[in-house]
Design a protein around this ligand. Sequence first.
Ligand SMILES: Nc1ncnc2c1ncn2[C@@H]1O[C@H](COP(=O)(O)OP(=O)(O)OP(=O)(O)O)[C@@H](O)[C@H]1O
Ligand SMILES: [Mg+2]
Length: 361
Amino acid sequence: MAYDPRQPHDGLPALPPAVDVESKSVLKQCLAATRALAELKGAGRLIPDQSILINAIPLQEARLSSEIENIVTTQDELFRATLNESAVTDPATKEVLRYRTALKHGCRLLRHGPLSIDVIRDICRVLRDMPGLEFRSPAERVAIGNATTRHITYTPPSGGAGLIEKLRNLVAFLGDAGDIDPLVRMAISHYQFEAIHPFTDGNGRTGRILNILYLIQAELLDIPVLYLSRFIIRNKSVYYRRLRDVTENGDWESWLLYILAGVEETALWTSNRIHAVYELREKVIERCRNEIPKVYSRELIDLVFRQPYCKIGFIVDAGLAKRKTASVWLQELNRIGILTGEKIGREMIYKHPALLELLTA
Ligand SMILES: Nc1ncnc2c1ncn2[C@@H]1O[C@H](COP(=O)(O)OP(=O)(O)OP(=O)(O)O)[C@@H](O)[C@H]1O
Ligand SMILES: [Mg+2]
């Protein structure tokens, strides 16, 4: 029977793919991506305070991953929101912050055990802020297509027992140490996860978080700093096209080459950013030691690198100083041009323009 995108794809084949997908060109691209990831892993280890990377880089990932779903926030809104997360009211900004929270949550879960069906559900629960969220039931049918023209390009498998079965197969494939390369395994799994589409919404974002978590599980990364959404958002129509080509034509090769090239490009770009952050941090340390030695401490510098916007409360909360001293320190950093103070409402916020530029370029 011909494939009909309007019918639930209950016949989605289980993993592994029936054919050998590791062609010569796939393995070649895989090698390049593996090298780039190794470099990224090394770059991450350069920075002593890993929380700098874990906060700042996933924040950008969060912004772009959410932008794929048309949840748009400006840089400024987002960074301002990090100054007082619990007070954020703008729904788009909230969603973006939740992506980062879900990513961090997933990393924590990985410390207790491998990726599982429960981990997948938990990530989407945090992402959508729905503690009782479950996988789709048979009644919850979703269709992928153009919302305006109503043209349907893909209908995921029906919800219920069959869907859980497919997820079990996917999770078993992820945990299998068989002879498929881990990066190829990640790319295959990403297709499969999106094809299963286990939730009514949030499948794209959950799937992109799973990619990063899998790389950590496979020890290709130490911390969640791969900026893959940046690549996907710039190639969104190709991304969708490649997904459909696997479903409709069994074209794994184009999909794998696409994702592996994305991993390579993104890993190189991200490690380049990390090197730049490292160098900037060294320069700032040097300047502070010379120009404001009474204010300088390693802890203070790390704090102003952790997030591009800073406020007095951060220093107080970190236990580095009382409000009055903290205020003087930030003013001094402002005076020598490292931070730029700005009054917003009744509060002073201090932006770190050089860091901002590195993270958003
Ligand atoms: N033809 C297709 N087959 C399988 N999956 C698809 C197809 N087209 C798109 N997708 C996946 O569906 C995702 C969107 O699903 P959903 O709206 O549930 O997720 P989201 O996180 O809310 O959205 P987004 O990915 O746009 O941020 C896309 O990111 C993509 O991964
Ligand atoms: Mg959506």
